[in-house]
Ligand binder design. Structure first.
Ligand code: DAH
Length: 341
């Protein structure tokens, strides 16, 4: 039995020291130390030994078992170390390799200008509202004091949906004034950007679809001075502190008095150049004090409340801001053009 045990120790330890991986080592453990293992088989014969031999063999058997267990543990440690080394090698990250460049999209230049304008007005406590483009003629014209028969209502200028000229694609954002008055409680401070439609042929300065921004403030005691102060602040934020503006009398059916606001040409500072077509001034927007008829039509007491409104074309502003010469570039969405902003 002693020889058997010695033989097991020698062959098992040698095999364990050379086990190729954790699985092979586990197989060896089962082969020698398992329930049906070789060492176990020898121990089962202990009963046949004499009383003197039994403790001696018992001790030897325990030593062999301890030896095998130690050999397994040692080899397991070596294998784990090797496996970790191999994994570290395989997973090496070269932090010096340049990262992958992802192409980032950009916001359309016109919407960059729009966001800038929204920010300015939000900063002054205005609400931004966006709404329908299909409109009732009632809201696009009548409630804005544009009577039946007014030239602005002509079929030649407006996309109507119905023979009776009652439903149309809005030709201006001004109907948003009416919607705001009908749905909001006073005081109101809002801007309403959005698409508008007119039957215009496409050329360098015209498009059947373009964008406007409407603005409106209604409260007790609002005057023309508030309109001028607000708009001056806006253009200074957009074009710089030294921007010079002027207000010229004009006519719009829904404001009284009405005006147009110009800014002094940012290129020639008034001297006259191609940008301002020699005028020294660039027309920016239409505005005025909301006509009492319009206020009353929306149930607002014009003896208590007053308000101002303005409207302007967004494309024209963006063209000026980015010195773009042709409106069509704004809509063609040629990536080579858009990438420049
Ligand atoms: N809706 C006008 C247009 O399309 C622009 C305008 C002028 C809007 C005066 C206003 C305003 O709110 O007060 O030409």
């Amino acid at each position: 039995m002693k020889q058997q045990l010695e033989a097991i120790r020698a062959s098992a330890v040698a095999a364990m020291e050379n086990a190729a991986d954790a699985d092979a080592l586990e197989a060896l453990r089962v082969q020698y130390l398992g329930k049906k293992g070789e060492l176990t088989a020898v121990l089962k014969q202990m009963g046949k030994l004499s009383a003197e031999e039994r403790p001696v063999m018992g001790q030897l058997a325990n030593e062999v078992r301890a030896k095998l267990e130690a050999a397994i543990e040692a080899r397991a440690g070596e294998l784990a170390g090797k496996a970790m080394a191999a994994r570290l090698l395989a997973e090496t990250v070269d932090v010096t390799i340049p990262g992958e460049a992802h192409a980032l999209g950009k916001q359309h230049p016109m919407y960059q200008v729009l966001d800038e304008i929204k920010d300015i007005f939000i900063g002054m406590g205005f609400e931004v509202i966006e709404d329908r483009e299909v409109e009732l003629a009632d809201y696009n014209f009548t409630k804005l004091n544009v009577e039946e028969g007014h030239p602005a209502r002509e079929w030649s200028d407006t996309f109507y949906f119905t023979e009776d000229s009652s439903i149309l694609l809005r030709t201006q954002t001004s109907p948003m004034q009416i919607h705001a008055m009908e749905t909001r409680s006073l005081p109101i401070r809002m801007i309403a950007p959005g698409r508008v439609y007119r039957k215009d042929e496409v050329d360098a300065t015209h498009s059947p679809m373009f964008h406007q921004i409407e603005g409106m403030a209604i409260d007790k005691g609002i005057t023309m001075a508030d309109l001028k102060g607000t708009l001056n602040e806006v253009v200074k934020s957009l074009y710089g502190e030294d921007t010079v503006t002027r207000f010229r009398p004009h006519h719009f059916p829904f404001t009284e008095p009405s005006c147009e606001m110009d800014i002094q040409c940012y290129k020639c500072h008034g001297a006259g150049c191609p940008t301002c077509k020699g005028e020294g001034w660039i027309e920016l927007l239409g505005a005025g004090m909301i006509h009492p008829k319009v206020l009353e039509g929306c149930g607002i007491d014009s003896s208590v409340y007053s308000g101002w409104a303005f409207g302007f074309g967004l494309e024209r502003l963006a063209l000026g801001q980015y010195k773009i010469s042709d409106l069509r570039l704004i809509f063609e969405n040629d990536v080579r053009f858009l990438e420049q902003f």
